[in-house]
Design a protein around this ligand. Sequence first.
Ligand SMILES: [Zn+2]
Length: 200
Amino acid sequence: MFKILHFGRSCKAYLSLYKDHAPKIKLCCEACGRSLHKHGRYYRSVTTKHSIYRIPIYRLYCPDCRSTVSLLPGFLVPWARFATWVREAAITRKLLGLSYRQARKTTTVPALRYSHSTMRRWWKRHIRTASSVALWVAGQLVSAGFDGDLLRMYPPGAAKKPEDTLLWLRQLLSCYTPVYPWRQGYFALLNSRLPGAELL
Ligand SMILES: [Zn+2]
């Protein structure tokens, strides 16, 4: 199991805080409620625009359930090798009309370039998850008392395209977080808040 939390806005910030020390947080087991114990760490690599970082991932353990929880920073989701802001930048460029090739070329240095099929996979995944993430963000806005017409923000037109939902999600996000979270981006910010496995 894993738990995604906000542990700094960048890999450098994460490393300066947690290179040698586990985060000082107390969590309870989601299954039985018992306090989790520290349970060592392992290392994972994370690729950013310019570098590959090796970062420690701290683990917690429930002695009753004998289950382990890995604490991931918001910019690193379990299935991904690249930091969320690289994927987010690539998806944003594609959404603005750039080709896969142009998006790939402008989001990492040449030595760290990802493949065409990786980019396509990111794009398809985003299209798949965007509607449930958009509904979650809309729900958050409604419960916070936002009084704008959220459905009106959906791009007009009779022929709906998958990109329309992506554009709607961006509109909702600009209401949810009026100041764009520079450095970490929307994906890392949302990953530590989204319920379930609807990760970006
Ligand atoms: Zn437990």
